[in-house]
Design a protein around this ligand. Structure first.
Ligand code: NIG
Ligand code: FE
Length: 411
């Protein structure tokens, strides 16, 4: 298949790279007036329209009609599997309650856990697939999904089975993260140490036995899990080969960055609050700093210091955090716009943060995140646009025209 008449072919890279850090994030490969050849489910080669390849008539030609072509978004942090919704808490927040106050009253994560435990696996799958179809249309091609609304061994396994079914049902690339340490399950109220004990002795081995989680996550934050507890959980998870992706510094400077880097976390995420020494620590490590501007927007929290992180040489990814409490949206174009508007990233930096660096934060940069020969052909065609910057600038204009996953148009 050949896509012809591409106004701008954006996000090309001759070779697969891992995460881009610091100044390297400023560059995006762009070719104007281009064509792009796809072999089966993979990108093959490209060129300019004045040298259109000779075809034998067997290749399908798709006319982009001057639109841009970009690699699909790689959303490395989501909680898209959940039951019901929490707009009641949204109203509570409008009336002045904070996220922490709502959680202390038994709302928040525990509210979602109650609902999920009472929802059958089939129904949970059905509800989650509605959101999966939603983000497919918004050009997400690679998606990490966390557990963490189960909080019992049985319900955490139910979530992982639903994630596995999603991976079968969508042409998107799906990665699964076990987040049993999202909150203390209701049955363990007031007995946090016992919950952590149970998580290490019972949950982790059970999850590992099913072999379904790629990563392990802990909500290491004030009022949730301490760095010491996180340390223990990560140590146990390492025995099962689960690499950490950590929730850190959303509600307070939590120690989560340090414990994450200590355990070679693939990413530490949120970072709404961050100290100068933590920025240096991340810049000097392999750990990706993942910022979630949609959560800052929705909860009215400070925005993460993505600008300083990049200026100091760190690798920054941006993700949606799609979840019912702090970010009920998986719109990665919006995330890219917030990256520019609120985090002060350039359009090039913001695009790299939602594509190649997101892929790297899921250990998937070898096959996703850029238009590179041999990578999976997950991409989208836009209406004609004047430049890359127009994408985050016209932040609500529906310019995505056709989405392709594994070389096939979304039906
Ligand atoms: O990433 N902060 C922890 N977890 C989610 C929110 C979960 C919820 O409120 O349901 C987050 O923001
Ligand atoms: Fe999250």
């Amino acid at each position: 298949m050949i896509i012809s008449n591409i106004g701008q072919l954006i996000g090309i890279a001759a070779q697969a790279t891992s995460a881009l850090r610091g100044d390297a994030m400023k560059h995006v490969g762009i070719l104007e007036n281009a064509w792009l050849r796809i072999d089966g489910d993979q990108f093959a080669e490209w060129g300019t329209m004045d040298r259109f390849p000779a075809t034998d008539g067997s290749e399908k030609i798709i006319d982009a009609a001057g639109g841009a072509v970009l690699p699909s978004f790689c959303d490395s942090h989501s909680h898209i599997v959940y039951a019901g919704s929490r707009e009641q808490e949204f109203e509570d927040k409008i009336r002045g309650l904070s996220y922490e106050e709502i959680a202390r009253r038994g709302g928040g994560i525990l509210n979602s856990a109650d609902r999920l435990q009472a929802t059958s696996e089939d129904e949970l799958f059905r509800q989650s697939m509605i959101r999966i179809r939603e983000v497919e249309k918004m050009a997400t091609g690679c998606l990490e999904i966390k557990t963490g609304y189960g909080l019992t061994t049985e319900s955490e396994l139910k979530m992982l089975r639903v994630i596995a079914r999603i991976a079968e049902a969508t042409p998107m690339h799906i990665r699964a993260t076990f987040l049993g340490a999202h909150a203390v399950g209701r049955a363990f109220k007031g007995r946090q140490a016992d919950y952590v004990d149970m998580l290490c002795r019972e949950m982790l081995p059970a999850i590992a036995a099913e072999g379904v989680a790629d990563f392990v996550d802990v909500f290491c934050d004030e009022g949730f899990f301490s760095p010491q507890e996180t340390d223990r959980i990560l140590l146990e998870a390492a025995r099962f080969g689960m690499r950490p992706k950590i929730h850190a510094n959303e509600l307070a400077v939590s120690g989560g960055v340090q414990v994450g880097v200590k355990h070679s976390a693939i990413s530490v995420d949120h970072l709404e609050r961050i100290e100068a020494d933590e920025i240096s620590l991340l810049a000097g490590s392999e750990t990706i700093a993942t910022v979630l501007p949609g959560a800052s927007f929705f909860l009215g929290m400070p925005y993460g210091k993505a600008r300083q992180l990049i200026d100091n040489g760190a690798a920054v990814a941006l993700a949606s955090d799609y979840n019912p409490g702090s970010s009920p949206s998986g719109n990665m174009r919006m995330v890219m716009s917030l990256g520019c508007i609120k985090l002060k990233l350039t359009p090039e930096e913001s695009l790299n943060a939602v594509t190649i660096n997101g892929a790297a934060a899921m250990d998937s940069a070898g096959r996703y995140g850029s238009i590179t020969p041999g990578k999976v052909a997950n991409f989208f065609i836009t209406d004609p646009i004047p430049s890359l910057a127009f994408i985050p600038y016209a932040y609500a204009t529906p310019i995505i025209r056709t989405v392709f996953l594994a070389g096939l148009p979304l039906s």
